[in-house]
Design a protein around this ligand. Structure first.
Ligand code: URP
Ligand code: ZN
Ligand code: ZN
Length: 469
């Protein structure tokens, strides 16, 4: 199958030009001006942007969490991603207590089998080094293309690890070339604050934020940075939400320590006041770290502009408001933590980042596609438009108007974090390895087209010249 895409405005992290892109055997084989090539299909992209398929490095599909299971499995979650221009994601495989890493990975591979619409990799979330996987087994995991370990410094009694497990995992990562991801919040202090609030009868959703103050995120972020230095590991701090966590990352990066950070779409738009919405509506915004005071949003825009934060992900972890979020009607600590968002990252960042002049188109591509691909061992196969790269492409209509809503989104979640937001600019055609996934608001591909992607080790990718891998 060959495809010729003609006359689009090709935008990568570095380039911006009008050209033709020729796709053969799932990859881009030719880029040029007025290409005269025969193709099975020719797409006229005049007046449209041609973007690399976006890469979302932080998603939770088909995940048991908080006494329930996320509303989106791989089929619905990846369908939703495809409509939003995301063609590859890295999901979290969570080790259960007592489970070996091989068992955990087998379980997560089974979840995507026959359901996949886009490509994906896995991070391995380490929860138990005592009775579950051993350090030796952990060291072998990157051999199978799972080249990042995740540790939760919060969720005491569930996913949280102690500093011993955190540090030992960092030491293994330093040897294996895996990247260490941390959910940085002080879970012990938060646990004390949650119990005290509940004892005082403070049960409403906004206490989710009041019991997780920004200092607990700042402290854990700094602790992770310092421990990673001792272990000589590469560190990536997920879902940074506030100045208290941005500041230690800024210092680390200025000093040249091996630290990177991401934030997520929702932190730019949803603030603490959303949690106070009446009628239990605040529960829709119970995710972790929580929505912060509004002034943090300016700090986040500045951080993504200056590369203190290098990635915008979604942390898509969808639960229905009715039936799932309501599990915490009488106790905010029982509201499953997470929100939907996999579909709307490009819409929102284009509208409020690029169209407002906060970000250039190149920087948007870098934050949503190129940097995640580079940091997670997918580049240059993913994350750019280059000869030899996978033909994961988004033909983006900068004039298309859309109102974001649960009525029209493709996630199974019964609400949308950005309900009613009007945007100008949306994907028109989305291709995965040259195959059309979405066209004219219709899903064209069938489940099964997505592939598991083995990712390269961290040190083997970053900063190296682009080759075809
Ligand atoms: O609330 C969130 N973020 N849920 C997903 C799990 C996590 O902490 O990333
Ligand atoms: Zn987290
Ligand atoms: Zn997450």
């Amino acid at each position: 199958m060959s495809v010729l895409i003609k006359g689009g405005r090709v935008i990568t992290a570095a380039d911006d030009y009008v050209g033709d892109v020729y796709v053969e055997d799932e990859r881009i084989s030719l880029i040029g001006e007025s290409l005269d090539a025969q193709a099975d299909r020719t797409i006229d992209a005049a007046g449209k942007y041609l973007l690399p398929g976006c890469v979302d490095p932080h998603t939770h599909l088909d995940m048991p969490f908080g006494g329930t299971v996320t509303a989106d499995d791989f089929e619905s979650g990846q369908t939703s991603a495809a409509f939003g221009g995301t063609t590859c994601h890295v999901d979290f495989c969570i080790q259960s207590k007592g489970q070996s890493f091989a068992e955990a990975l087998e379980q997560w591979h089974a979840k995507r089998e026959g359901k996949s619409l886009i490509d994906n990799g896995f991070h391995l979330a380490v929860t138990d080094l005592r009775e579950g996987g051993s350090l030796e087994e952990l060291a072998r995991v990157p051999d199978d293309g799972v080249t990042s370990y995740k540790l939760f410094m919060a969720y005491k009694g569930a996913l949280m690890v102690d500093d011993e497990t955190l540090f030992k995992t960092m030491q293994v990562a330093s040897e294996t070339g895996a990247l260490v991801l941390v959910h940085a919040e002080n879970g012990d202090a938060i646990d004390v604050l949650v119990k005290a609030a509940l004892a005082e009868g403070k049960t409403q959703p906004h206490f989710h934020a009041l019991t997780r103050p920004p200092e607990t995120e700042g402290e854990a972020t700094n602790r992770a940075i310092q421990l990673a230095r001792v272990a000589d590991a590469n560190l990536y701090v997920v879902h940074v939400s506030c100045k208290e966590a941005i500041d230690p990352i800024a210092i680390a990066r200025e000093k040249g320590w091996k630290t990177w950070g991401e934030t997520c779409t929702q932190y730019f738009f949803i603030d603490y006041s959303f949690l106070e919405r009446p009628g239990f509506e605040g529960a829709k915004y119970v995710y972790t770290p929580p929505p912060r005071a509004k002034e943090n949003q300016d700090h986040l825009w500045k951080a993504v502009r200056s590369d203190v934060l290098s990635v915008i992900s979604t942390d898509h972890c969808a639960f229905n408001w009715q039936g799932q979020k309501t599990m915490g009607e009488d106790d905010f600590s029982k509201i499953p933590n997470g929100g939907p968002g996999i579909e709307n990252r490009l819409h929102m960042i284009h509208e409020f980042g690029v169209r407002t002049g906060r970000l250039t188109l190149n920087r948007m591509v870098e934050l949503l596609a190129t940097n995640p691909a580079k940091l997670f061992g997918l580049y240059p196969r993913k994350g750019t438009i280059a000869v030899g790269s996978d033909a994961d492409l988004v033909i983006f209509d900068p004039e298309k108007r859309l109102t974001l809503s649960a009525e029209t989104h493709h996630s199974k979640a019964d609400y949308n974090l950005f309900e009613g937001t009007e945007v100008r600019g949306a994907p028109e055609i989305v291709l995965l390895r040259g195959q059309v996934l979405v066209e004219n608001d219709r899903l064209v591909a069938r489940p099964g087209v997505g592939q598991f992607v083995k990712r390269a080790r961290f040190g083997e990718q970053l900063g190296q010249p682009a080759g075809v891998g």
